[in-house]
Design a protein around this ligand. Structure first.
Ligand code: ATP
Length: 238
């Protein structure tokens, strides 16, 4: 579904991705792990065209993404829930979800809204609350809900566990599994919480300074001593 080949990307003169090869197959949850600054968020951003692909290629269902504007990428069926959530703090929960649906056919709006509210009942209870006054966990639910309102085939999630308590992380990860298993949405999940991510993923990639240093089945990665020592020590799936 998503094929990244020999991808190079940079911010100005600073090269961040140095020849990434990565594949996400339809129906999978694939996780992208690595230390701070490894280039995980940059890879997701490159899918949406900023920073631009300097060399190599990204294709979605066989269609090259290089040079497309971000709304054209979204139109193809890719949604991005970015690091830090980036919700509209002064707008209500419902208005944020309406923004997510902006590119979708309005005839789906009510059904899609019901689906998001079934996944995160808290959002329905708080639909008139200003998004910026919600807790971190609720804001994360909203960021995912907003991305789902776009009706994606591929959902890019950037650090959904960031700053959240273990119980809330469990709830968010259960929701990601439901989105994948019940709605058939393919997921590319960037995470610092490697233990949690590998516990729900089919496969994973580990990035180090813009290069893939490990790749494989999630269970195998989770059992490899060098990965356990570098990324899983002290981390447990709550
Ligand atoms: P983290 O988990 O900390 O978010 P990451 O693996 O997602 O890390 P990136 O955010 O992709 O890493 O950052 C990779 C490198 O690119 C870092 O050295 C970072 O400073 C640099 N970088 C990221 N965004 C920009 C930008 N807009 N301009 C210049 N450099 C940037």
């Amino acid at each position: 579904m998503l094929a990244v080949e020999n991808l190079h990307a940079s911010y100005g003169a600073v090269q961040v991705l140095h020849g990434i090869d990565l594949e996400v197959r339809q129906g999978e949850i694939v996780t992208l792990l690595g230390a701070n600054g490894a280039g995980k968020s940059t890879l997701l951003k490159t899918i949406f065209g900023a920073p631009a692909v300097k060399a190599g290629s990204i294709a979605f269902c066989g269609k090259p993404l290089k040079g497309l504007l971000s709304h054209h990428v979204a139109d193809l069926g890719i949604a991005h829930s970015p690091e830090g959530r980036r919700i509209m703090p002064k707008m209500t929960v419902l208005e944020n979800l309406q923004i997510g649906a902006f590119l979708s056919d309005p005839k789906h709006f009510q059904d899609d809204l019901k689906k998001v509210f079934r996944l995160f009942p808290r959002l329905e209870e708080r639909s008139w609350q200003r998004a910026g006054t919600m807790s971190g966990g609720e804001q994360q639910m909203l960021a995912i809900g907003r991305a789902l309102m776009q009706r994606p085939r591929l959902l890019l999630l950037d650090e959904p566990s960031l700053g959240l308590a273990p119980l809330v992380i469990r709830l968010i990860f259960d929701a990601i599994q439901k989105i994948n298993q019940e709605d058939g949405i393919t997921v590319l999940l960037v995470e610092q919480n490697a233990a949690m991510a590998l516990s729900i993923a089919d496969r994973g990639y580990v990035l180090q300074t813009g290069r893939v240093v490990h790749a494989g089945d999630a269970e195998v990665l989770a059992s490899q001593p060098e990965i356990r020592n570098a990324y899983l020590e002290g981390m447990t799936a709550p």
